[in-house]
Design a protein around this ligand. Structure first.
Ligand code: FES
Length: 89
């Protein structure tokens, strides 16, 4: 099925790009921009992004590597606990 009509990218192209990127680097963060780049194309109107991302999410290899999960919540937690103020402030 064609996902991006501007660049004639199908769901199979998206899955092939994800599989290729995951095989090359198992820790890679895969984004729509990286998929376009891997396919040698770039988005034009952006009207396909919702469907593009939905197609990406249907690929089981898109999963974020375990060692990179939860990084945001840990850093936010540190920031809220220690804002540079003294406890008595
Ligand atoms: S439909 Fe994908 S960029 Fe236009």
């Amino acid at each position: 099925m064609i996902i991006c009509s501007c660049q004639a990218i199908s769901d199979k192209d998206i899955h092939a790009a994800i599989d290729w990127m995951r095989a090359a680097d198992r820790r890679a963060i895969i984004t729509p921009g990286k998929i376009y780049h891997a396919l040698g194309k770039s988005p034009e109107c952006g009207g396909c992004m919702k469907l593009f991302v939905a197609s990406m999410r249907s690929n089981p290899k898109l999963e974020i590597p375990a060692e990179l999960r939860g990084l945001r919540s840990r850093t936010q937690h540190k920031r809220t606990r220690h804002e540079g103020r003294q406890e008595s402030y």
